[in-house]
Structure formats: structure tokens, C-alpha cells
Design a protein around this ligand. Structure first.
Ligand SMILES: [Zn+2]
Length: 409
């Protein structure tokens, strides 16, 4: 099968993640995609492990002529779910890009304008895979799945190419908190290092991401009828309002970029009696992260001192850590290998910090160093998500090249 057909096939299974109900996978169609991938991997000669939670692991044994040679086991990790912004089915199609605006959907007048998406200019003469403007494309992360599977197909077609043991790992529910990666049994995976292909345009390389945490903060009030409220009513909505107002004003997602961290008020629900807010903190440095965490905790203490013990209660979750902390020293080898592979393919390496998390951050924290490589697509989580065919091919060539290079050293 060619790589484009492979990719488009995967986009036909709607694997939108569904947040909040606690099941893994969060949507049944992820199991459907997992079953398809398991069957394809078996056809390609991999031994496959399928789990009820949709985690699907293929193993391709090493084929070294000298079996005593020590070659690292590499895990290739991609997520099967798509993000929750759009749950509509994806209808992907291919356009030959000539440099103008891209009409995604003529009937509904949905157009991707070159003026709004100037990066389109890099792809004149290329083919683009786009949506019909009513859903996301799901190249995040199905282009990675296609790129990895295509590389496995090339290995099957070229048995003379030596390689170490390869693990192909498909996980569910990256988009709702890296849940699949967190459920993965990293110990039995037994990989020396891994890669995700979960960043964007051709050449991108992520070896740093956020330290991320989430506070669920509840304000407890004392309701009263307004006729007798004087001196008695304690309105939890106003406590929450005051708390939010005390967070550093400029340190919000909408005011920050590059390596600037932030506090992010994500939700608020409540009544006079009880108001709940969710506040996320993000920072690239461990010290900066701890300072933000301390700031929130101190603010909660101050509220309880001022308004009485028990006015505010809190639940804190550490969500993921910066993979950069793990990709140091010897563990930098997979980074160097990826850079060499990209350069040998004539790809300009664009290293950038990721203002988000990815499955590899979880793996890195748990002892499997895992940089994040490009999958080739643009505009993740949007109806304007598009995948240049050339970039998809390059992503797959990169996978293949890394595997070959790792077996040489
Ligand atoms: Zn992704």
C-alpha cells in the first residue's frame, strides 16, 4: 500500500477522544483502529500484543548478520486518538497546491487563505492532504502512524537492510492527558530509547516541553437569603473571582510565547455555596515550575487565613515533566541520531521547545529517552489542519534512516 492511501485510510476511522469519563480508551473507535493496525503489523511480519485498553505493540526482531553485535532497541510511538475540538468524521482529500487560497468546501464557502496561513507558500507544487472544512484532519497523529508503518513496509521489502529490534507502539488518548502513554508498561517494552512523531512541520525537533500541573481548587461559601444576608452570606463565586484576580496578570497563555511560563484558568463552575476552578501551571524550568506551584499553594493558605480554615480546598495533579531533563548526557544519543538522520536526508533541523506535552515526555520521565520528531502536518486541532505529501514521505524516510543508522553504530 502507498503511504498516502495508508494515511487516508486511518483518517476514515473517527477516533476522537472523549474527555472526562475515565475509560481507556475513551472512545470505542480507537479499538477499531488498533485492530486494523494490529492486522497490518502482522502482515508486515511483526509480532503483535493487543491490550483491552487499545495499547498495541508490534515487535520486529533484529536481523543482524552478527547476532552478537549490540544494537539499541528503538520504540516508535504514535497516538491513535484525535483531539476533542471536532468530533465530526474526517473527509480527507488531496489538492495540488498552486500557491493560492485552498478551497476546502465550496458549498459551505470554507477557504484556507494564503494570507492567514502564509506557511502554505512553502508547499507550492506539492500535494496537500486537507479536510472538507468540517472536521480536523487527524494528521495529529495518524501521519506518524502512516510514516512508521510505511517504514516497516520498506524493511519487509528490503530484508538485506540490517536493523536492531524495533518496537512499534500505538497508544490511545494522548489528547486528554497522555493517558495511553501513562498506562504503557515501559518496563516490559524494554526499549533503549524511543521517538514520537508528534510535532509539526518538516524538520521540527522537540527535546524540551513543559513541566505541567493542574490544580482543582474549590471555594466553599455560606449561602443566605438576601433578606437576612447581612454579615452572614459568604459568596464562593466572589472568592473565586478574587483568587483569579490575584494570579499574575501577564502570565497567561494569551500573553506568553517561546519559553515563558504561565497560569491558565481553564474552567469555572459554581454557585454561592461552592465554586470550583481549574488552574493549570506551565513552566520549562523545574525551578520556575516549583515557584508557580508554591505561589498557588501560598495563595490558598492566605485565603484560609483571611476567610477561615476550610474556605478553600485543593487537589493537585502533576501532569507531565519536561523531557529535556531526561535527554542529557548519554541519553542525548537519540537526539544526535535524529539530527544526523535528518541532515543526511537534506532536511533542515528546526529545534524548538514545545508549549505542550507529548507521549515521549511521559516515556522520558519513566526511563525511555524519547525526543519528538516532525510528522509533517500543520495547524493541529483545527479544520485547517493539512499534511503536505512530501513532508509525510520525509517523515517516513527519517524513521527508516534512523533505524538504519542505529544498526551501523
Ligand atoms: Zn498529537
Amino acid at each position: 500500500m502507498n503511504i498516502v492511501d495508508r494515511f487516508i485510510n486511518y483518517t476514515k476511522i473517527n477516533t476522537t477522544a472523549v474527555a472526562g469519563h475515565g475509560n481507556l480508551p475513551s472512545s470505542q473507535n480507537q479499538l477499531k483502529l488498533a485492530a486494523l493496525l494490529a492486522a497490518e503489523m502482522r502482515q508486515l511480519g511483526l509480532k503483535v500484543e493487543e491490550h483491552d485498553n487499545a495499547i498495541t505493540i508490534g515487535t520486529l526482531p533484529a536481523n543482524l548478520k552478527d547476532p552478537k553485535r549490540s544494537v539499541p532497541t528503538i520504540a516508535w510511538v504514535a497516538h491513535m486518538d484525535t483531539s476533542t475540538e471536532y468530533s465530526t468524521d474526517t473527509k480527507a482529500h488531496i489538492v495540488d497546491y498552486d500557491g493560492g487560497d485552498v478551497v476546502l468546501n465550496a458549498a459551505q464557502n470554507i477557504i484556507m487563505k494564503r494570507s492567514e496561513f502564509p506557511e502554505l507558500g512553502n508547499y507550492i507544487g506539492d500535494q496537500l492532504i486537507v479536510t472538507d472544512g468540517t472536521s480536523l484532519l487527524g494528521a495529529d497523529n495518524k501521519s506518524a502512524i502512516a510514516a512508521i508503518m510505511h517504514a516497516m513496509q520498506l524493511l519487509k521489502q528490503n530484508p538485506e537492510i540490517e536493523h536492531g529490534e524495533i518496537k512499534v507502539v500505538f497508544v490511545p488518548d494522548e489528547e486528554i492527558g497522555l493517558l495511553g502513554a501513562k498506562a504503557l508498561d515501559v518496563k516490559s517494552l524494554n526499549a533503549d530509547f524511543g521517538y514520537t512523531l508528534d510535532c509539526c512541520e518538516i524538520g521540527e525537533l522537540v527535546i524540551e516541553n513543559w513541566n505541567a500541573g493542574e490544580f482543582h481548587i474549590t471555594f466553599h461559601g455560606q449561602p443566605a437569603h438576601p433578606m437576612s444576608a447581612k454579615g452572614k452570606l459568604r459568596n464562593s463565586i466572589l472568592y473565586a473571582q478574587q483568587f483569579i484576580a490575584m494570579l499574575p496578570g501577564g502570565e497567561r497563555p494569551e500573553y506568553t510565547e517561546n519559553k515563558e511560563g504561565y497560569y491558565w484558568v481553564k474552567s469555572i463552575t459554581g454557585s454561592m455555596a461552592e465554586t470550583r476552578i481549574v488552574v493549570d501551571i506551565r513552566d520549562f524550568t523545574a525551578d520556575g515550575y516549583e515557584a508557580r506551584r508554591f505561589f498557588i499553594e501560598k495563595l490558598i493558605l492566605s485565603f484560609n487565613e483571611l476567610y477561615g480554615e476550610g474556605t478553600v480546598s485543593v487537589h493537585y495533579d502533576a501532569v507531565y515533566r519536561n523531557a529535556g531533563e531526561s535527554l542529557q548526557g548519554e541519553n542525548r544519543y537519540p537526539v544526535e541520531l535524529a539530527i544526523e538522520a535528518m541532515q543526511s536526508l537534506g532536511i533542515e533541523v528546526k529545534e524548538k521547545p514545545m508549549r505542550g506535552g507529548y507521549d515521549g515526555a511521559v516515556l522520558s520521565e519513566r526511563g525511555v529517552p524519547c525526543p519528538n520528531l516532525f510528522c509533517g502536518a500543520h495547524n493541529f486541532h483545527s479544520i485547517y489542519e493539512f499534511l503536505p505529501v512530501n513532508s509525510l514521505n520525509k517523515a517516513s524516510e527519517m524513521v527508516f534512516e534512523i533505524i538504519k543508522r542505529a544498526a551501523r553504530t
